[in-house]
Write a protein that binds this ligand. Structure first.
Ligand SMILES: Nc1ncnc2c1ncn2[C@@H]1O[C@H](COP(=O)(O)OP(=O)(O)OP(=O)(O)O)[C@@H](O)[C@H]1O
Ligand SMILES: [Mg+2]
Length: 682
């Protein structure tokens, strides 16, 4: 079906023009930009969703946030608009007016403390957008800081582009995008972050854009793609993005577009305190402001003029300087009212209704990406490189472990085989199994960074959660082997534990498995609480309980039955680690008995049975197998948590979006939206 093409002429209601002396200022309107945009807006009235692109509409969209008491604060107030294929919609407005919130709402990524009402339709259908249906460059850059620009984009290309493309084609695409974003001179610079200086803010921004536009998504959201860029870079970046708009729907929030950048926009959505000041062809905005008595002064950038007119954050300062100036709140109200009574507004509502009526294609989940195996391999490699370069991930831990190993080795140096050595051996093994592994918590900040990047990439549908969980475990293994072998050998041989290479290997294997377990546990925690301070406290708390219930500080028979004995003792991995290590150490050794009482000779088995109450029905290898099984279970649980978060979050959001009638109205400024139906905020 051919799209209908009309000549779109925005028109405004002259009666809404204020009777104000400001109106008398001669009107100087930037005519060339209007002419350009008029031409673009000639494609208006395309409402046929049967075509390949994405038609996005939102109608009477409200987003509110609870302010801690019983009432809530509206962030977006009854917004209506649309975005169509082949168009670039720019969202503008003062800082804090709700641009990011609008993008989050449209992309289905609002915070859980917000409530959303109103219809957001994709090709006339209700559809959850996150997890692969759209690409979103968020306001914050969440990148792997240790990678160089080239590596970051290459890895992303390998993950996102389909297997049908050869490796060299993928590289070529990555190189082209890097050049497009003007990053060719910094390809080998590390991204940097967290005290390690790397790329500049504007360069990071462009890396984030590169990664999202690699596959040419049909629906692209960009939150301030030009922040941190100079005006020339902004223009080039925006013109590359606008150059991709054929057949694609692009929505970008933007702060300070130069007039050249402004000329690239098809439509403009101007917001102030969550209300629509203007929605329509970008070029006609000037006329709208002029007709309402706020013409753009000559030689002034129209976007600067719009923002200056509707920014009320600094009214107090202005009051001091310009006593005669109209309060901005009033100006905004005038513009909002004027917009709502304009035929342009009705026209937009009509178009939204028309697009919504046509049920078009369901937007497919991500764009074909690499096969599962390729994803696993690429993610493992990327994660391995990251762990190698991030000093805090393993190297610092290795240094601390070596120091502690020397500490343990000197405290228990050459422990001997006296009666007293029984206690020493037991304490030393307990320390290794609980406290050495406990310090794996130190890597938590790095896990949290990994999780943030994972969440972003997952929301944009770069790869599957399964591939991430597998890659995360595989890439950590070589480091954990080193971290358990070197400090393990120092401790083992300085202390003089039971001789025999097999005994040492068992000891190191248990240490390795316990570290894997604690890492898996901390990844689970990072999946639930992505805040690193809270995560460390929670992780430490869980491990503290497990150590207490492991059967060393209180022998198994003395543990209180509820909770500690059943079920904690049986499910804590410390029990299996202690008992495996004890069996490995004591079986085969003989100690002299306690001189004062008891038998003359104590066999290792007796020590285990009587002093440590070790369970005997199975060998030490079964203990190790149970520990390995637990690693698998913990990883499985991690996978279940990350996948269920994907399912649960949209469900919670749907639940939180209460239909208007069930709620009562609380508005910050009720007089400001006279035409609006009852808003719906609890
Ligand atoms: N989850 C939230 N909880 C509480 N307040 C929120 C939340 N999200 C947004 N807000 C509030 O809503 C308002 C709009 O925020 P938003 O981030 O959308 O602004 P913005 O227009 O993107 O600003 P900027 O240009 O500075 O990025 C702000 O006052 C912000 O504090
Ligand atoms: Mg923002």
């Amino acid at each position: 079906m051919q799209p209908q093409v009309n000549n779109y002429q925005p028109s405004f209601n002259p009666t809404s023009m204020p009777n104000n002396s400001e109106m008398m200022i001669p009107l100087e309107v930037e005519t060339t930009s209007i002419a350009n945009n008029r031409a673009t807006s000639a494609v208006a009235d395309r409402t046929d969703t049967g075509s390949d692109g994405v038609f996005l509409t939102w109608e009477d969209l409200w987003v509110t946030v609870s302010d801690g008491r019983k009432s809530s604060r509206p962030i977006l107030q009854g917004l209506t608009g649309y975005a169509r294929p082949g168009e670039l919609l720019a969202i503008m407005g003062p800082s804090g007016c709700g641009k990011s919130t609008l993008l989050d709402a449209l992309a289905g990524r609002l915070d859980s403390n917000t409530r959303q009402n109103g219809d957001i339709l994709i090709n006339g259908r209700k559809q959850t957008l996150a997890y692969g249906t759209s690409a979103y460059v968020t306001q914050d850059d969440l990148l792997i800081t240790t990678l160089t620009v080239r590596e970051a984009v290459y890895y992303s290309a390998q993950l996102q582009l389909p297997n049908s493309m050869s490796m060299s084609e993928k590289r070529e695409r990555a190189e082209m995008i890097i050049r497009d974003m003007g990053l060719q001179d910094s390809v080998n610079t590390r991204i940097g972050g967290w005290g390690v200086k790397g790329l500049s803010g504007g360069q990071k921004r462009r890396v984030s854009i590169c990664i999202e536009i690699l596959t040419g998504p049909k629906l692209l959201f960009l939150d301030e793609p030009t922040s941190g860029l100079d005006s020339a870079a902004s223009y080039y970046v925006m013109s590359r993005i606008a150059g991709q708009k054929e057949g694609r729907t692009i929505i970008a929030s933007i702060h300070q577009p130069s007039s050249e950048v402004f000329g690239l926009f098809t439509n403009l959505f101007l917001l102030s305190s969550g209300r629509t000041v203007y929605f329509g062809p970008a070029g006609a905005a000037n006329e709208f402001f002029a007709l309402n008595g706020f013409p753009c002064p000559m030689l002034q950038n129209p976007s600067d003029h719009f923002l200056k007119t509707i920014n009320k954050d600094f009214d107090q300062d202005i009051e001091q300087g310009l006593r005669n100036k109209k309060p901005t709140e009033e100006v905004i109200n005038t513009l909002v009212k004027s917009y709502q009574s304009s035929t342009s507004y009705q026209d937009i509502q009509r178009q939204v209704a028309q697009i919504s009526k046509q049920e078009g294609e369901v937007l497919e989940k991500n764009r074909s990406h690499a096969s599962f195996l390729t994803q696993c391999i690429v993610l493992t490699r990327r994660s391995f490189v990251n762990m190698f370069r991030d000093l805090g991930y393993y190297w610092l831990r290795l240094a601390i472990y070596v120091t502690l190993a020397f500490g343990l080795g000197t405290i228990f140096y050459n422990v001997g085989s006296s009666y007293g050595s029984i206690q020493a051996r037991g304490s030393m093994l307990m320390f290794v199994a609980s406290f050495l592994t406990f310090m794996t918590i130190g890597g938590f900040p790095s896990f949290v960074e990994d999780m943030k990047v994972f969440e972003r990439e997952r929301l944009n549908g770069h790869y599957s959660s399964g591939a991430f969980v597998i890659a995360n475990a595989l890439s950590a293994m070589p480091y954990l082997i080193v971290v358990s072998l070197i400090p393990g050998a120092i401790t083992y041989y300085l202390t003089g534990l039971q001789q025999g290479f097999e005994h040492f290997m068992y000891f190191a294997s248990v240490l390795f498995t316990c570290m894997m377990l604690v890492e898996s546990l901390m990844m689970i925690v990072a999946g639930i609480v992505p805040n690193f301070l809270m995560g460390i406290i929670l992780g430490a708390g869980i491990q503290g309980l497990m150590i207490l219930g492991g059967g060393f500080f209180r022998l198994p028979k003395d543990l209180p039955k509820p909770f500690w004995r059943y079920p904690l003792y049986d499910i804590t991995f410390h029990k299996y680690a202690y008992q495996g290590l004890f069996k490995n150490e004591f079986i085969g050794l003989v100690f002299p008995g306690d001189e004062a009482r008891g038998p003359k000779i104590l066999k290792g088995e007796d020590v285990l049975r009587n002093m440590y109450q070790v369970e005997f029905g199975y060998s030490k290898w079964v203990n190790l197998a149970i520990l390995l099984g637990m690693v698998f279970l913990y990883r499985l649980l991690f996978f279940v948590i990350v996948t269920s978060v994907e399912k649960v979050k949209p469900a919670i959001r749907a639940f939180m979006s209460v239909p208007p009638k069930q709620t009562k109205q609380v508005m910050m400024n009720p007089s400001t939206t006279p035409e609006h139906k009852e808003p719906s905020i609890v």
